[in-house]
Design a protein around this ligand. Structure first.
Ligand code: URA
Length: 265
């Protein structure tokens, strides 16, 4: 093994160990526990991205590293969501995808099936992929800002209507996992679905209707200078289900994505 490779492997091992240190077992004999205290992390300042995990830049991860990361997410108890969930929802799709779609967090269906966007929103997302982009869900990668279902009542994972947005602490606890996924996939483009994913990944406090319609650079340098990832914010499919008038703008956003994918750079 050459020196650079050995150093990269050491950095990766140290980084994965630092994630390990955050995995705490739930108290003995207790199935579901109240939220574990997570040190308060300040909200990202407007215009700044939420702090991402410190990991060596320019390093891409292999699919085997990604599988290892998925196992860590399944065992994660960094915040209370890890104790209440039925399944961690790591992500789905191709590790070679040119585009990664990022939603807010798993809902009831996703918690039950362990896969992102499998409910009504997911069916609409599949339709958008197919009709506008000519892609299947297995051609892209789909993930969420938080990997576990944020519930109003964590004691009731079997109840419908129990969804809530993730808190800033939950988002900060989960954020390193998404950047590791992006580091492994090295996509050309990220599509943020809805206000929560857009605010977190672009570090903005503006809502989706203000921000969408343009292409941005991902403000976290995952691969060093000269390798920006493009970000296209668009409406969450759930918003389109509530208000079909938003479909036209979403189609425009997807056409911008298609142009980037067709150009391939
Ligand atoms: N909404 C999201 O934001 N993510 C999912 O996985 C499902 C619904």
């Amino acid at each position: 093994m050459n020196r650079e490779l050995a150093e990269a492997a050491r950095d990766l091992a140290a980084y994965l160990r630092s994630l390990d240190e955050n995995l705490a077992e739930p108290p003995a004999g207790v199935k579901r526990t109240p939220a574990v205290a997570v040190p308060a992390v300040p909200e990202p300042a407007a215009g700044r991205p939420a702090p991402a995990a410190e990991a060596p830049k320019t390093m891409t991860l292999s699919p085997a590293d990604m599988d290892q990361l998925a196992e860590k997410v399944k065992a994660c108890r960094k915040c209370g969501l890890g104790h209440a969930r039925l399944n961690a929802v790591f992500g789905v799709g191709s590790y070679k995808a040119k585009v990664v779609f990022v939603g807010e967090g798993p809902g009831f269906q996703e918690d039950h099936q362990g896969e992102p966007f499998v409910g009504r929103s997911g069916q609409l997302l599949d339709k958008i992929l197919e009709t506008v982009l000519g892609l299947k869900r297995s051609d892209v990668y789909i993930a969420n800002i938080v990997k576990c279902h944020p519930m109003k009542n964590p004691e009731s994972p079997e109840s419908h209507g129990n969804d809530r947005p993730p808190t800033p602490e939950e988002i900060s606890a989960c954020r390193p996992y998404l950047d590791e996924q992006l580091r492994a996939i090295k996509p050309l483009c990220i599509v943020t679905l809805g206000s929560v994913a857009t605010k977190v990944l672009l570090g903005t406090d503006k809502g989706i209707s203000t921000v969408r319609g343009k292409v941005y650079d991902y403000p976290v340098e995952l691969f060093g200078p000269g390798h920006p990832i493009k970000v296209i914010p668009t409406y969450h499919p759930a918003a389109l289900l509530r208000n079909p008038n938003l479909k036209r703008d979403t189609w425009e956003d997807m056409k911008m994505l298609k142009a980037i994918l067709d150009k391939g750079e």
